[in-house]
Design a protein around this ligand. Structure first.
Ligand code: FAD
Length: 467
């Protein structure tokens, strides 16, 4: 069976489904190809959404156990129903994947389930368990995303040595878990399990948690996660992980270079993700992935084959759902003749621990390395009335600004609802607002976002005005 389209999108993650919707809105006959039975890719099925569902559930449990008493709420017999904990997450995922089926129908996008592999630059074979279909198209958008990666000596067996995917659907609550990697995914899943009482150890190779972000954020997060009794071993190098049947043992060199071992119910490997192009048969069209597996594109998201575009985790840049979404829109618009623009420095990075961490723009380390002069304004949540009311006083807002023109160079937040507050900073930086414009704007009181105003006031040389 052969079918003809204008644009075929391969992969239905946040990059792919957004690209398909935009393509259809622009009037193109569009299809989307997905190898799994549900739409939504990593983000919807085994990434952002299920992780946030478990983060929210675990935070409720933790608050009930730790903070309700202070609010005057006494509970007896508090228990965690782990099956329901995982089951609610599964429901949330289902609601989102069903929503995507609806969106595809509404936008008249044909959905083909099966693995898409190129035959040549205008034909894609979709192989499903029961049939093969060849799609003919003028354009293709590769949005095949990424998969978890590992390190030498650590073989992921998905039983005891697991990835984030398995950790989101464990059959029973683990008593203990060792997590290799203190990056975003590692610290989020450490929070989930530590809050519900699992003994969690993070082993991180560098000397900081979330090492890609501003160093002060990593330090503050270390303190906050310490309050959850998470053991964090920084500057430690994992050598091997072994499945013992009912547990896993991790061997590593500690900060002094001494060999140590830890045994836990599970070893969760959270050392990053690699671009995924398996099964795409890129050699048929002459696309050669880079050494790190990524597909190279130009500023219009075109690969070396002009009618084949690529977006999301499979190309260079931060592996984030919102980056993939924006690229999806822009790739469809580029096919339509648009000139894409995306400021990668302003793609916000967010960590959904509690307190949350969020940042946009340059870090202090980047400004120093580039020799760019900056002033710092910092406001602690301890001084915020809103944060005191909700008992969320850990953290701060730090703004980095140019001394000469008052340009905002970077905003780094660790604090309550930082993931939402950062949008204000991105708006300001995208529109080149100055420090003065930021502190003269009216912020509702009392809010977490007011801390931004105070940080900008501090950076301007005036003192903070809020409590
Ligand atoms: P993906 O979402 O990976 O989708 C690719 C799709 O392509 C998959 O469905 C795959 O099955 C399909 N595919 C692959 N090859 C083929 C083929 N040959 N034929 C057909 N289909 C194919 N990002 C955030 O921004 N915020 C978060 O809070 C966040 N949390 C995360 C938490 C976890 C635990 C993880 C693992 C990731 C998280 N991410 C988060 C990252 C985010 O999930 C990814 O950046 C995002 O999903 C990338 O989107 P994508 O469209 O490029 O690819």
């Amino acid at each position: 069976m052969e079918q003809q389209y204008d644009i075929v999108v391969i992969g239905s993650g946040p990059g792919g489904y957004v690209a398909a919707i935009r393509a259809s809105q622009l009037g193109y006959r569009t299809a989307i190809v997905e190898k799994y039975s549900t739409l939504g890719g990593t983000c919807t099925n085994v990434g952002c959404i299920p992780a946030k569902a478990l983060l929210d559930s675990s935070e409720h449990y933790h608050q009930a156990q730790d903070q309700f008493k202070t609010h005057g709420i006494n509970i007896t017999g508090l228990q965690l129903d782990f099956a329901q904990f995982i089951g609610r997450k599964a429901d949330v995922v289902k609601q989102n994947t069903s929503g995507l089926v609806y969106l595809m129908k509404k936008n008249k996008i044909d959905v083909h389930h099966g693995t898409g592999g190129f035959v040549d630059a205008t034909h894609l074979k979709v192989t499903a368990a029961d049939k093969e279909t060849v799609l003919t198209s003028k354009y293709f958008i590769i949005a095949t995303g990424s998969k978890p990666s590992s390190i030498a000596g650590v073989n992921i067996d998905k039983q005891r040595i697991i990835t984030s995917t398995e950790s989101l659907s464990l059959p029973a609550q683990p008593q203990s878990m060792v997590i290799i990697g203190g990056g975003v995914i590692g610290v989020e899943l450490a929070s989930v399990y530590a809050r519900i009482g699992t003994a969690v150890t993070i082993i991180e190779y560098t000397d900081s948690l979330i090492p890609a972000m501003d160093r002060e954020l990593g330090k503050a997060l270390y303190k906050s996660l310490g309050k959850l009794n998470i053991k964090m071993l920084l500057g430690s190098k994992v050598q091997s992980a072994t499945n013992n049947g009912e547990s896993a043992t991790v061997k590593f060199l500690d900060q002094e270079g001494k060999e140590q071992t830890i045994t836990a119910d599970y070893c969760l490997v959270a050392v990053g993700r690699r671009a995924y192009t398996d099964g795409l048969n890129l050699q048929a069209v002459g696309i050669v992935p880079e050494k790190n597996g990524k597909v190279k594109v130009n500023s219009s998201f075109q690969t070396s084959v002009p009618n084949i575009y690529a977006i999301g985790d499979v190309i260079e840049g931060p592996m984030l759902a919102h980056k993939a979404e924006d690229e999806g829109t822009l790739a469809a618009e580029a096919i339509h003749g648009g000139k894409p623009h995306i400021n990668y420095d302003l793609v916000p990075g967010v960590v959904y621990t509690w307190p949350e961490v969020a940042a946009a723009g340059f870090t202090e380390e980047q400004l120093k390395a580039r020799g760019i002069a900056y002033k710092t304004g910092k406001f602690p949540y301890l001084a915020s009335a809103r944060a005191r009311a909700s008992m969320d006083t850990d953290g701060f807002v730090k703004v980095l600004v140019s001394p000469q023109y008052g340009e905002i160079l970077g905003v780094h937040i660790i604090g309550p609802r930082a993931a939402d507050v950062i949008a204000i900073a991105v708006t300001a930086m995208e529109n080149e607002l100055t420090v003065e414009e930021m502190f003269r704007m009216c912020y509702a009181h009392p809010t977490y976002s007011e801390a931004l105003k105070d940080a900008f006031l501090m950076a301007s040389g005036q003192g903070a005005v809020n409590i």
